[in-house]
Design a protein around this ligand. Structure first.
Ligand SMILES: Nc1nc2c(ncn2[C@@H]2O[C@H](COP(=O)(O)OP(=O)(O)O)[C@@H](O)[C@H]2O)c(=O)[nH]1
Ligand SMILES: [Mg+2]
Length: 245
């Protein structure tokens, strides 16, 4: 079974997204569930329930917390996580499944490989994402082309194995931490190209606090990496080799 987890926080176009997912899934399989993890003040949860989508009222804080609650509740042997603002087009779902069937434990929808792209972002968002990816690579040693992308597939094995309770980040930095942890545990990460369209309705929830948490997480992961290198000389090189992208 496939689970599709959608973190939602005040998303006016949620009904359109659910319709698009259902349309795509019709061409693939009936054996899937949609799980929304909601922290809205508006009628997003109400709209979802009207469409018979399972809604979890988020108890934790932040985007990372929402994703964790979704992963914990998901029943599928593969779990796709995607945004609720139509930035992540469901038409790419089949390519995630193909890539995962090639033996990848995590599949990233990458905007930074051939065939991928970003439509509609201004200079600030491009800079935050670009610098985030560079620091993630140089300092934290994560060899993934688009480590801030939230459009991903996780295998059940990854979800079962990673010790999420030990994670430090609760916001957007979760995206980075999960990749570092998965790489440390020897999981394979692959990428498929996606074209990301900036939202046309609602507002972005990325805050300065998230950017700060991201920077602290990069630093922390960099320190961990250094400590590992002292303990096990050669571990950094081994880590690099694990990157399949
Ligand atoms: N449940 C939940 N969803 C969130 C939270 N923060 C962001 N989201 C959702 O996560 C996705 C990404 O957020 P978005 O504001 O689009 O970020 P951006 O695309 O990076 O500007 C969207 O579906 C949001 O509704 C949160 O604290 N809780
Ligand atoms: Mg968005």
């Amino acid at each position: 079974m496939l689970s599709i987890v959608i973190p939602t926080r005040n998303e006016p176009l949620i009904e359109e997204l659910i319709a698009q997912i259902k349309k795509t899934m019709k061409t693939i399989t009936d054996d899937y569930e949609i799980l929304a993890v909601d922290k809205s003040e508006d009628d997003t949860a109400h709209k979802l329930r009207d469409l018979n989508v399972k809604v979890i009222d988020q108890q934790s804080k932040g985007l990372g917390g929402a994703i964790l609650e979704g992963l914990a509740a998901a029943q599928g042997n593969s779990v796709i996580v995607m945004d609720a603002d139509l930035s992540h087009d469901p038409k790419f779902i089949p390519t995630f499944l193909e890539k995962s069937s090639e033996g990848f434990d995590i599949v990233i929808g990458s905007r930074r490989i051939k065939g991928g792209g970003i439509v509609g972002w201004g200079i600030y968002r491009k800079a935050v994402s670009g610098v985030g990816n560079l620091l993630g690579r140089w300092i934290a040693g994560i060899r993934v082309s688009d480590m801030t992308s939230g459009y991903r597939l996780y295998s059940h094995e990854v979800i079962k194995t990673l010790e999420f309770q030990k994670f430090r980040s609760s916001g957007y930095a979760f995206q980075l931490e999960v990749l570092a942890e998965a790489s440390r545990k020897g999981f394979r990460t692959g990428a498929v190209p996606i074209v990301f369209h900036d939202r046309v309705e609602g507002v972005s929830k990325l805050t300065k606090k998230d950017v700060l948490e991201f920077a602290l997480t990069v630093t922390w992961l960099g320190l961990l990496r250094l400590m590992n290198a002292f303990r096990r000389p050669g571990s950094i090189v081994q880590n690099r080799k694990k990157c399949e992208e």
